[in-house]
Design a protein around this ligand. Sequence first.
Ligand SMILES: Nc1ncnc2c1ncn2[C@@H]1O[C@H](COP(=O)(O)OP(=O)(O)OP(=O)(O)O)[C@@H](O)[C@H]1O
Length: 329
Amino acid sequence: MIKARGLARKFTARGRTVEAVKGVDLDVAEGELVGFLGPNGAGKTTTLRMLTTLLRPTAGEATVGGCDLLKDPLGVRRRIGYVAQGGGTADECKVIEEIELQGQLYRLSKTAARKRGAELTQQLDLTGLDQRLTKTLSGGQKRRLDIALSLIHDPKLLFFDEPTTGLDPQSRANLWEHIRRLRTEHGVTLFLTTHYLDEADSLCDRILVIDNGEIVAEGSPDSLKARVSGDGVTVGVEAEFVARAAEIAGQLPGAHEVTTVDSSVSFRVPRGDTAMPELLRALDGAGIAMTAMEVRRPTLDDVFLNLTGRSLRDAEAGAPQQPEAANVA
Ligand SMILES: Nc1ncnc2c1ncn2[C@@H]1O[C@H](COP(=O)(O)OP(=O)(O)OP(=O)(O)O)[C@@H](O)[C@H]1O
């Protein structure tokens, strides 16, 4: 569905050049739900705007929905839907007017737009809201309307920029369900950007981690977590046996970062669930009783920390500000 090679974009503002995206390669297969995760300013939106023809790359090439991005941008636009970060509805428009207008943009007749609009409003739990002004919708309803509008021409590939930014936890969970259903019930391939770790973790089959305009890791949430940091294990033993228990833990395959505090030993192993029985047996053999145990799966923040030396949250705080003016294509 998406194949990009060396996609890059520079911006020049006030004599300063920002390399927003530095030669990104990416592949998304039909039916995948792929997340583009990175802190503010990492280059997510710029990549998305290039892939959706809104911004011309300064280098690289891509095919999107089977069409060449540079040679056939119209073909790309016909095959994709795009939900922008802030949405695109006008406050004073009624829901039905937005749907009809969107249909017209894709050359649907008024009747066809209404028919498709009715299907989409039902699918996205917006039934009965046709006559409401969009400014009266809740954040979640507005976001679902943005999705409905992006699907009016029945695209099989949907780009979604920061789907749940600004939504309360309940609306976020509800929107995640709708996004999942787009894939499972309607066969839509989804490519979304997010800086929320839990969103990428819970929603996506595969995650591309981007930092400073470069992809620094890629994989399923579980494989990323397993590959980069391993599980954290803490076991409690009687204080007099701590040193010996630490020695035993350190001999487990792949064990690293072994530390002790009072009567507990902490370490990391590739798979905590399989290491625990082995550790239990070894401690038992040495006559040491385990008094407590805890296995913690690593988070995507551990992954980011391992890759970049910064936590994703710190990276957010230190994100560069966007210059005031730029030569947008
Ligand atoms: N029009 C522009 N002019 C100048 N610089 C820009 C422009 N658009 C983006 N940038 C810069 O390019 C870099 C990447 O920005 P981009 O918006 O792609 O990041 P992002 O990962 O989507 O961030 P966010 O999560 O905040 O949306 C940032 O340093 C940003 O300031």
